[in-house]
Design a protein around this ligand. Structure first.
Ligand code: EPU
Length: 338
């Protein structure tokens, strides 16, 4: 096990924030993970996955364990479906491409989501009408306190909109080591109605789409709206879309008849935070090296040298403006590391 000192985390977080880890260890096996957790010389440990959903606001005075467990296997199979087990350090989009090469259906709408497979259950990643929970079977996680591996069923994971057990009661207690997903081998259930997937397919004269066509449509839509973290540092949606009550919605929609919304239950309405932020005039605005993306106001970007504190200050400014104008509280989706 190699422990390095004073390692820049710039290439390990998609925001490209140049914070430093006091100590850093890359984890390639379950055994090394258990041993690293037992190192008593380092009292604080910080678990780092794909680094695509966090904002580092300062240096990390801890032993950073970079989870880079690799591998994927078919663990069950019938004529109709496969269950695959994917190790936590596998890049999510590479996994999606691998499933498409094998004609396994289920992940196509979640193409191009940044991050690693192991962190996908934490916030129940989702896009274009499909969420991880729709294909999820179970995951394995190591308990930090005793290094025992535990299997979490879908029910135990308590998935919600960008929510799970691992963001709530289980926070800071487990490290996800692998996930098991159930995918179709035939009769793929295509989900093309959400967002502009249908429009994108029609544009390319595709009337009978395959899962690969759906993935290509999603990739085209995402690339047109969301910046590539390799080019412009970002963490995808910085905020969650707020959910408001029926009563709040009746006031909101009277004042804002043109606002987009989705009804999530008969008493709750989801309002796109990107729209609220755009209405407050932030879309495309730049403050030093911190900014709001020009094509999607939900995404905050780092033009190069922004510190995490500067991005956070911009986030607070946006939250206050939205609250002031709409009386709606928007909250970060990204983990703010203080
Ligand atoms: N909108 C604006 N201005 C903006 C951005 C959006 O008016 O700057 C409006 C759009 O016109 C549309 C509505 O807001 O009417 C919704 O926009 P969009 O379809 O782009 O989706 P979103 O609600 O902004 C969510 C997810 C994305 C996911 C897309 C597509 C959250 C927080 N974000 O965004 O997830 O890709 O739906 O399914 O739920 C991510 O989590 O990193 C992410 C990118």
């Amino acid at each position: 096990m190699k422990i390095q000192q004073q390692v820049s985390l710039k290439k390990y977080n998609s925001f490209g924030i140049d914070a430093k880890a006091a100590f850093f260890c890359e984890i390639n096996t379950i055994d090394t993970l258990a041993k690293a957790l037992q190192l008593t010389a380092y009292t604080t440990k910080f678990i780092l996955g794909g680094g695509s959903n966090m904002l580092l606001t300062q240096d990390i005075d801890a032993l950073v364990l970079y989870i880079n467990l690799k591998g994927k296997n078919i663990i069950a199979e019938t004529d109709d479906y496969v269950v695959i087990e994917v190790m936590a350090g596998e890049n999510w989009h590479d996994l999606v491409l691998w499933t498409l090469e094998n004609d396994f259906g289920g992940l196509e709408n979640m193409s191009l989501i940044p991050g690693n497979s192991g962190t996908s259950p934490i916030q129940n990643i989702g896009a274009y009408g499909v969420e991880l929970k729709d294909v999820f079977v179970s995951c394995e996680a190591m308990k930090i306190s005793n290094q025992k591996i535990k299997t979490f069923s879908k029910t135990k994971c308590a998935f919600g909109y960008r929510e799970s057990y691992f963001k709530n009661e289980g926070k800071g207690k487990y490290i996800i080591t692998s996930v098991a997903l159930k995918l179709t081998k035939k009769n793929h259930k295509l989900n093309t109605t959400y967002g502009s997937i249908d429009t994108e397919l029609a544009k390319n004269n595709i009337t009978n789409p395959t899962i690969k066509d759906v993935s290509n449509a999603v990739i085209a839509i995402r690339s047109s709206k969301l910046p590539d973290p390799k080019v412009l540092g970002n963490s995808g949606s910085f905020f969650k879309n707020p959910i408001i009550s029926e009563k709040e919605f009746s006031v909101f929609s009277k004042n804002n008849p043109d606002a987009p919304f989705y009804q999530v239950s008969n008493k709750e309405f989801k309002i796109p935070a990107g729209w609220l932020i755009e209405q407050c005039g932030f879309k495309g605005k730049r403050f030093g090296d911190a900014g709001v993306h020009k094509n999607q106001a939900l995404v905050l970007v780092n033009y190069g040298q922004a510190s995490g504190a500067e991005i956070l200050a911009l986030a607070h400014k946006i939250m206050a403006a939205v609250n002031e104008k709409f009386n709606i509280c928007i909250l970060p989706e990204v983990n703010i590391i203080k």
